[in-house]
Design a binder for this molecule. Structure first.
Ligand code: NAD
Ligand code: UDP
Ligand code: UDP
Length: 313
């Protein structure tokens, strides 16, 4: 059955891939975005599709549209961007979620929240399971993002308890792929762009900190599966690739796959930078019959190809 689907943050990296996927399945897609970190360019290849619509709007203001599913992705995701205007970041997660939950409540439609592995902070449980409550600094430079997303989760579960809304909370682990912004500031795009330009690869700290990187197509598949579960399934549910790598390993892989002779340079480690991160995806396997298919090297190759095109243009 086809749906009319709202994606907030739809002109961003993940939102653009989700739009493509939902359109390919025959749905109508309404994207809402204020173009803070996303852009019309990310979705311009969809403009000719009569089932696609793009609205410039900031989710911290009320929104009245008629749809039958909502994916709430609006929020800058890269530390550089979410720390640029931290008050707006918290507002986007908190006020934006209230507005989208109010919309879902009026329409009685399911709503999915793009939450994050950052709710676990600098985790003392490894790998992270959904029942771990996290280790988050409430007053640091990352707090606007981490606590905003935690408050959003609270709001989702309270709308469920108070109004019996159909909510779906997905905890997304580091995701990468084509259409990340070259100046996004996240590690995968930084390393690839630096390698392709022959500039130094900037490793923050010793490079022994770890992350687990999920290719965007795998993530989008998990999101769609969660949205289409029945009312009883709410999450929170981890979606990520359990393959765990140090930043030094990532840099080495990028250098090898690009054939670059960039040198590695170390820079200071940002405050509160989590030391390790790896999803436990048992729940996703059980509830969504989901697991990632794209290994890091294969995903990096596709992403490098994309950035070669962008940098050549
Ligand atoms: P992105 O920055 O490319 O996309 C976010 C989009 O939201 C952008 O298009 C931006 O313009 C828009 N936006 C920001 N504030 C808005 C507002 N107030 N009103 C309307 N639109 C607004 O980042 P992304 O990687 O595509 O992330 C999408 C979602 O997934 C975010 O909610 C992010 O927190 C979450 N997430 C991403 C990752 C990851 O590794 N990419 C990991 C965990 C969670
Ligand atoms: N809202 C919206 N679109 C709608 C319905 C509600 O943007 O279609 C916003 C509205 O601004 C409201 C918020 O969602 O402040 C929360 O709605 P809810 O019904 O939960 O609360 P109330 O209207 O009682 O404040
Ligand atoms: N990082 C790095 N060099 C960069 C950008 C990031 O070494 O040019 C590190 C960063 O300190 C962190 C990891 O890579 O330990 C992932 O950073 P990112 O901003 O991509 O995501 P997050 O910290 O939110 O997981």
């Amino acid at each position: 059955m086809s749906h009319r689907i709202l994606i907030t943050g739809g002109a961003g990296f993940i939102g653009s891939h989700l739009s493509e996927r939902l359109l390919a399945e025959g749905n109508e897609v309404v994207c809402v975005d204020n173009y803070f970190t996303g852009s019309r360019r990310n979705v311009e290849h969809l403009f000719d599709n009569p089932r696609f619509e793009l609205i410039r709007h900031d989710v911290t203001f009320p929104l009245y549209v008629e749809v039958d599913q909502i994916y709430n992705l609006a929020c800058p995701a890269s530390p550089v961007h979410y720390q640029h205007d931290p008050v707006q970041t918290t507002k986007t997660s908190v006020v934006g979620s209230i507005n989208m939950l109010g919309l879902a409540k009026r329409l009685r439609v399911p709503i999915l929240q793009a939450s994050t592995s950052e709710v676990y902070g600098d985790p003392s449980v490894h790998p992270q399971t959904e029942d771990y409550w996290g280790n988050v600094n409430p007053i640091g430079p990352r707090s606007c993002y981490d606590e905003g997303k935690r408050a959003a989760e609270t709001l989702f579960f309270d709308y469920r308890r108070q109004h019996d809304l159909s909510i779906k909370v997905i905890r997304i682990f580091n995701t990468y792929g084509p259409r990340m912004h070259p100046n996004d500031g996240r590690v995968v795009s930084n390393f690839i762009v630096q390698a392709l330009r022959g500039e130094p690869i900037t490793i923050y700290g010793t490079g022994s900190q770890t992350r687990s990187f999920c290719y965007v197509d795998d993530l989008v598949d998990g999101m769609v599966r969660l949205m289409n579960t029945d009312h009883a399934v709410t999450g929170p549910i981890n979606v990520g690739n359990p393959g765990e790598f140090t930043m030094l390993e990532l840099a080495t892989a990028v250098l090898e796959l690009t054939g670059s002779d960039s040198k590695i340079e170390h820079r200071p480690l940002p405050q509160d930078d989590p030391k390790q991160r790896q999803p436990d995806i048992t729940l996703a396997k059980q509830n969504l019959d989901w697991e990632p298919r794209v290994a890091l090297r294969a995903g990096l190759e596709r992403t490098i190809e994309y950035f070669r095109g962008v940098l050549a243009a």
